[in-house]
Write a protein that binds this ligand. Structure first.
Ligand code: FPP
Ligand code: MG
Ligand code: MG
Length: 366
């Protein structure tokens, strides 16, 4: 559907920006909290992950940049007739029209935004490893296992505080609101996952709850970050919404694949134990698909697979029911919705890279 997408390396395309972002995060952490700095730096220096999220933010920024001149035209044209056009523009577009917010300023603010996205993501991982009592992340010792829970929680809080300061400095209140929503969603997703998920309400309701939880836990961060990138440039509602939908569906596809890999991947490829979700009592898409074929899984889900033999029963049911293929097919459907959203952006290599990124999400094996 999107010619050229196959040949583009999304990570290489924004590599220099990502390097600049990482350097900026290091600088941001290195002020007057030596202990927290060490803890946070430990995390960032462990390979630092794929930088999947900031890459998306930067690619959306670049892919929509050619639309900026267009977005500003109505303001210029209507300025005389309708009084101060700043008030006539949708609220979120005002900041982009403020003096001193030319293309270069917008690009700089979008780079800051990518940083904020990475900071919020990292904070959530530090807290997540405390909640999950995880000993490792990406195959290396987790912050909580090296420095203890208290410092891991504080380091996460520190990163959130830094993210908040960075966000305020963008001087764009609607973007502050949009990005703050992410933090609420992360907490909602985590709490929803913690609560007993299935109380005999049936597979359809449980599936609905699972998708909502996946949006809160994973997709909201990318959806609202991509949306904010478009808002910073003052783009039209249509483009802002397309950026949001691209992020949302790519995020949902990502989580679905993650949940399938938990069954099909190995400890080495995942950097954490395989079948970890079931071991933690979590019901994910492969199990829910299996439960459609085998309703007798319901009581196992309700008791969080705690009875000896439950884990094996679930693994078998997932295999027999084709639960992994069905999960993968749903992930592909969401990746397609992400590709469809890209139609709102003009053709460019950055748009191709966004398409390649969405495609890569569903073909990855780790
Ligand atoms: C990883 O999930 C966890 C998240 C994506 C979100 C965690 C959110 C919180 C702990 C709430 C607090 C939020 C903030 C912003 C500090 P996982 O455990 O399923 O995956 P994993 O394999 O990466 O551990
Ligand atoms: Mg975890
Ligand atoms: Mg978790």
């Amino acid at each position: 559907a999107h010619p050229g997408a196959a040949g583009v390396d999304p990570f290489a395309l924004v590599g220099p920006d990502i390097d600049a972002m990482s350097a900026s995060i290091r600088q941001l952490l290195g002020v007057d909290h030596p202990v927290l700095r060490n803890v946070a730096a430990y995390f960032f220096e462990q390979g630092g992950g794929k930088k999947f999220r900031p890459t998306m933010v930067l690619l959306v920024s670049r892919a929509t940049a050619p639309l900026m001149a267009e977005a500003q035209t109505p303001y210029v044209a209507e300025a005389g007739a309708h009084g101060p056009a700043v008030d006539a523009a949708p609220a979120y577009r005002r900041a982009a029209f403020l003096p001193g917010r030319g293309a270069e300023d917008v690009a700089a603010s979008q780079l800051r935004l990518a940083e904020i996205t990475e900071l919020i993501h990292t904070a959530s991982l530090l807290h997540d490893d405390v909640i999950d009592e995880a000993d490792t992340r990406r195959g290396v010792a987790s912050v909580n296992s090296v420095f203890g829970n208290k410092l891991a929680v504080l380091a996460g809080d520190f990163l959130l505080a830094r993210a908040s300061i960075c966000l305020a400095r963008l001087r764009d209140v609607p973007v502050v609101e949009c990005m703050s929503t992410i933090i609420e969603h992360l907490v909602r997703g985590e709490v929803q996952q913690m609560r007993s998920e299935s109380k005999g309400e049936g597979v359809d309701v449980a599936f609905e709850a699972y998708m909502t939880k996946s949006f809160y836990k994973t997709a909201s961060l990318v959806a609202n970050s991509c949306r904010s990138a478009a808002m910073l440039a003052g783009h039209s509602d249509e483009v802002v919404d397309a950026a949001y939908r691209y992020g949302k569906h790519t995020g949902l596809a990502f989580q679905l694949v993650d949940d399938a890999l938990d069954f099909s991947g190995s400890a080495e490829s995942l950097g954490k134990p395989a079948m970890n979700d079931v071991a933690q009592g979590l019901t994910t898409a492969p199990v829910l698909f299996a439960a459609r074929t085998y309703p007798e899984l319901q009581p196992l889900m309700e008791r969080k697979f705690r009875v000896p033999g439950d884990v094996e029963t679930v693994a078998h049911a997932v295999k027999e029911s084709g639960g992994l293929d069905k999960t993968h097919a749903l992930a592909v459907a969401h990746a397609q919705m992400a590709l469809d959203a890209l139609a709102a952006f003009p053709p460019s290599e950055h748009r191709d890279a966004l398409a390649a990124l969405a495609a890569r999400v569903v073909t990855r094996s780790s």
